[in-house]
Design a protein around this ligand. Structure first.
Ligand code: ZN
Length: 153
């Protein structure tokens, strides 16, 4: 439980550090027509951007906290570090922070891993905090199709 003054402070910090980004909201109940007989979506699909679902693109604001603490052991392969995001729950809808949605900032795309909700004493959600994994496969193709889609709107 967080006390109200703490909530205010958190919001202040988020508002100071947040900037504009896109979120791709996937409707997992709606399959895109590009799926083949194995149910695999076309990575070059201009409609779903390879997600295989119906999508909505929204502009939102959030705070990025890059995971810069990477202890690299010599000779050991390390996966790309995760990014972490904070979103003000009054400004960003719940559907935007669901796992599998994709955040696009400039030429970076991060896949959300499911948000934690931080609530006040009155049980109202104050902010979301979520881990996000940088997209690795078809990253450039995805971004090309994404910006074509955004420009065409
Ligand atoms: Zn598709």
């Amino acid at each position: 439980m967080l006390d109200p003054s703490f909530n205010k402070k958190i919001r202040k910090i988020i508002h100071k550090l947040e900037y504009s980004m896109y979120v791709i909201i996937r409707d997992k109940s709606m399959a895109c027509t590009c799926r083949d007989t194995n149910d695999t979506p076309d990575p070059d699909c201009p409609k779903c951007l390879g997600t295989g679902n119906r999508i909505k693109v929204k502009r939102i604001t959030g705070v990025l906290e890059p995971d810069e603490v990477s202890l690299r052991l010599e000779g050991q392969q390390q996966a790309a570090p995760s990014n972490y995001y904070y979103f003000d729950a009054d400004k960003v809808p719940k559907e935007a922070v669901r796992a599998g949605n994709i955040i696009v900032r400039e030429d970076e795309a991060d896949i959300l891993q499911g948000a934690k909700k931080y609530r006040s004493d009155s049980n109202r959600v104050i902010y979301y905090y979520t881990e996000a994994v940088p997209m690795k496969s078809n990253h450039r193709l995805f971004l090309k199709n994404f910006y074509n889609l955004v420009r065409a709107r």
